[in-house]
Design a protein. Structure first.
Length: 316
C-alpha cells in the first residue's frame, strides 16, 4: 500500500476534528479518542476557524462585503490567550501534554458557534423569530461555558490520570496496585477498545535492546492481560520513532512546548508485524513475556533494515 501524503493525512485529521468538535459543541456522544491531537491539527483548525469566521462575516454583511480589521485583530488576539489558558489548565492537571489536547478540542468547536450565530441572525432578519439581543448574547456565553465544562470532562473525566482519556494512554502500575490496574485495563479492552502495549514498562534506547539490558526486558503483565482476555497478542517492531520523538528529553534538539518534544517535520517510520502469539498450556507469564520479547525485537531489527533501505534510496 502506498504511503499517504502528509496533506492527505492532515486533511483527514481535520475532518475528524471538525466532526468531533461539532458533536462536542452540540452535546452529542463523543470521546477524546475521536479527536486527532497534534500541533499540526491545532494550526489547521485555527485556519479553518478563521475561514468560517470570514464566511460568516460575508453572509452577515453581504458579498463581497468588507473586512472589519478591528474584529479580525480581536479574533487573532484570542489565539495566544487560548493557548495560555490551555497551558494553565494543563499545569493545574499536572499533565503538560494536555495543553495541546485542550487547544484542539476547543478550537474544533469554533465553527459550530459561527454557524449557529449566522443562523440566528438570519432568522431574526427574516422575522422568523423574535429574540432579545442581550438574551442571545448571554445564551451564547452560557453555551460556551457549558462546552468548556464538557471539554474538561471529555479529556479528564474529572478524576484519574488525565492523559488516559486525552491520548488513549493507560498508566499500568508496575508495583503498587498492579492487580487493580490490570483489571482496569481489562475493562477497557472488554468495552471494545484495542489495547496497544509496550511491555518494557519504560522508555528504552536501541543499544539497550541490542545488548539485552535487563532493565528493558518485557514484563509479565502482557501475559496476565492476554490470559484475562483469552486473547492472542500480535507482536510488532518499530523503527525510526526515536528520531521523531526521542524518549529522553535531554537528547532532543528540537522545539519543546510545555515539556513535550514537538517535531513539525515529517520523518519516515517503519513497523513490522508478526504472527499472533497465544499462551501455551501451563506457560508461565515470565516465559511468555520472554518469548514475545524475542519475536518483537527480531521484528524491530526487520523494521530497522527496511527503514535503512528506504533512507538509502532517498539519498541523492
Amino acid at each position: 500500500m502506498e504511503p499517504r501524503s502528509e496533506t492527505a493525512m492532515l486533511w483527514d485529521g481535520l475532518k475528524h476534528n471538525l466532526l468531533a468538535g461539532t458533536r462536542l459543541a452540540l452535546f452529542l456522544p463523543v470521546r477524546a479518542l475521536d479527536f486527532r491531537i497534534s500541533i499540526g491539527q491545532y494550526v489547521a483548525l485555527v485556519f479553518a476557524s478563521l475561514a468560517f469566521w470570514l464566511a460568516g462575516g460575508m453572509l452577515r454583511a453581504g458579498f463581497p462585503g468588507t473586512v472589519d480589521f478591528g474584529a479580525l485583530t480581536v479574533a487573532l488576539a484570542e489565539i495566544p490567550l487560548l493557548l495560555g489558558a490551555c497551558l494553565v489548565a494543563a499545569r493545574l492537571f499536572r499533565e503538560a501534554q494536555l495543553a495541546v489536547a485542550f487547544a484542539v478540542l476547543l478550537v474544533a468547536t469554533d465553527p459550530v458557534f459561527e454557524v449557529v450565530g449566522v443562523a440566528v441572525q438570519a432568522a431574526t432578519r427574516l422575522d422568523a423569530i423574535e429574540l432579545d439581543a442581550g438574551a442571545v448574547y448571554w445564551a451564547f456565553v452560557a453555551w460556551g461555558f457549558a462546552v468548556l465544562t464538557r471539554t474538561l470532562y471529555v479529556l479528564t473525566g474529572w478524576r484519574g490520570r488525565p492523559s488516559v482519556l486525552a491520548f488513549g494512554l493507560y498508566p499500568l502500575e508496575q508495583t503498587r496496585e498492579r492487580d487493580a490496574s490490570l483489571r482496569g485495563l481489562v475493562r477497557l479492552a472488554e468495552a471494545g477498545n484495542a489495547v496497544l502495549i509496550f511491555p518494557q514498562g519504560t522508555h528504552s534506547r536501541l543499544e539497550q535492546e541490542h545488548a539485552d539490558d535487563p532493565t528493558v526486558r518485557f514484563r509479565p503483565g502482557v501475559a496476565h492481560l492476554a490470559a484475562a482476555l483469552d486473547a492472542a497478542v500480535v507482536p510488532f517492531g518499530l523503527a525510526g520513532t526515536e528520531r521523531v520523538m526521542p524518549p529522553f528529553l535531554e537528547e532532543y534538539r528540537g522545539s519543546v512546548i510545555a515539556g513535550v518534544p514537538v517535531s513539525l517535520k515529517r520523518r519516515p517510520l517503519a513497523i513490522a508485524f508478526g504472527q499472533p502469539l497465544t499462551l501455551e498450556p501451563g506457560e508461565e507469564p515470565h516465559a511468555f513475556a520472554a518469548r514475545l520479547q524475542d519475536v518483537c525485537y527480531a521484528l524491530a531489527r526487520q523494521a530497522e533494515q527496511a527503514l535503512a533501505q528506504r533512507m538509502a534510496t532517498r539519498r541523492p
